[in-house]
Design a protein around this ligand. Structure first.
Ligand SMILES: Nc1ncnc2c1ncn2[C@@H]1O[C@H](COP(=O)(O)OP(=O)(O)OP(=O)(O)O)[C@@H](O)[C@H]1O
Length: 300
């Protein structure tokens, strides 16, 4: 559905995004994560056809991202979306429906349905008088006004309170279940972990890791074993009537069993704990010292 081929963006001699390649399947939720300045927004804007790559190209549904036809199939949510302060949500959405040439009756029904789903109240209030969360919901409704197949969301829950954040993330998840293909960036890795099928991790303009959560965990995470015993063992802590020791290998699990048995006890339970995406991310970030991000500019 989405195919990015070696997309690269330079500003002067500064490389914002090194040649990045990835593809996103239809109906997939694809996350782009990375520290501030990693190149996430630049990548998303190139995918959305809002920024011309210095080299490389991107296609959505076989259409080059710079064509108007492709934009009809796309909903882009920028990290910060300045709305027209004097408009109401309805007049604002109507304005964009016209821009996308959506049939007025269809647009009317669609905007009300979406605002209902988003539980947006005060639809006659001026956008300038709305809270940040309400404005974000209107921006999300705008991204859906043309009923696009592909959604590119830059930090959809940025700056929102936890309740609205959850709401927006669950709404995004619902859109994926309805069959939309979604690419989004986020700082909150818990959200990414909860809804993404696959993830790329960017650092210093470069994709430094990629895969689904299991693959990333296998490569950059650890499995920890919580071994519960009936008697105390070295490094054990008392928990719920037994003793728990956390170890990182099966050999250590076996050693714990032997120690428990030597002390007249036994192992009663073993639970595994996988690294969170946050831990994976920190491990990836620590592993990489990147090369320079500056290139010599071509002499004209
Ligand atoms: N128009 C521009 N001119 C020069 N440099 C730019 C421009 N736009 C972005 N950059 C630089 O490119 C790098 C990548 O920026 P980008 O906004 O893509 O990062 P990001 O990963 O989205 O960061 P954040 O998480 O802070 O939003 C940054 O160093 C940024 O300063």
């Amino acid at each position: 559905m989405i195919d990015a081929r070696d997309i690269r963006k330079e500003y002067g001699g500064f490389v914002a995004v090194q040649g990045s390649s990835f593809s996103v399947d239809r109906g997939e939720v694809f996350g782009i994560i990375g520290p501030n300045g990693a190149g996430k927004t630049t990548t998303l804007k190139m995918l959305a056809g809002l920024l011309e790559p210095t080299s490389g190209s991107a296609e959505i549904a076989g259409l080059d991202t710079e064509t108007a036809e492709m934009r009809q199939q796309l909903g882009f949510l920028p990290e910060e979306s300045p709305l027209y302060e004097e408009m109401t949500p309805i007049s604002y959405l109507q304005f964009f429906a016209d821009l996308y040439d959506v049939n007025p009756d269809v647009a009317e029904e669609r905007m009300h349905d979406t605002l209902d789903e988003l539980e947006l109240e005060h639809r006659d209030r001026k956008l300038g008088d709305m809270s940040k969360g309400m404005k974000r919901k209107v921006a999300i409704a705008r991204s859906l006004i043309n009923d696009p197949d592909v959604l590119i969301y830059d930090e959809p829950a940025s700056g929102l309170d936890p309740l609205t954040t959850n709401y927006v993330i669950e709404f995004t998840e619902q859109l994926a279940k309805e069959g939309k293909t979604i690419v989004f960036s986020a700082h909150n890795l818990f959200h990414v972990e909860s809804i993404c099928d696959r993830v790329v991790i960017m650092n210093e303009g470069e994709i430094v890791a990629r895969g689904d959560l299991d693959e990333l965990q296998a490569e950059y995470g650890h499995t920890r074993y919580h071994v519960y015993t009936t008697v105390d063992v070295p490094g054990g802590v008392q928990e719920n009537g037994s003793y728990k020791r956390v170890v990182e290998s099966m050999d250590a699990v076996e050693a714990t069993r032997e120690q428990a048995e030597e002390n007249g006890g036994a192992v009663v339970d073993i639970r595994t704990e996988e690294s969170s995406l946050e831990e994976v991310f920190l491990n990836v970030a620590e592993a990489g010292t990147r090369g320079t991000r500056y290139v010599e500019e071509d002499a004209e």
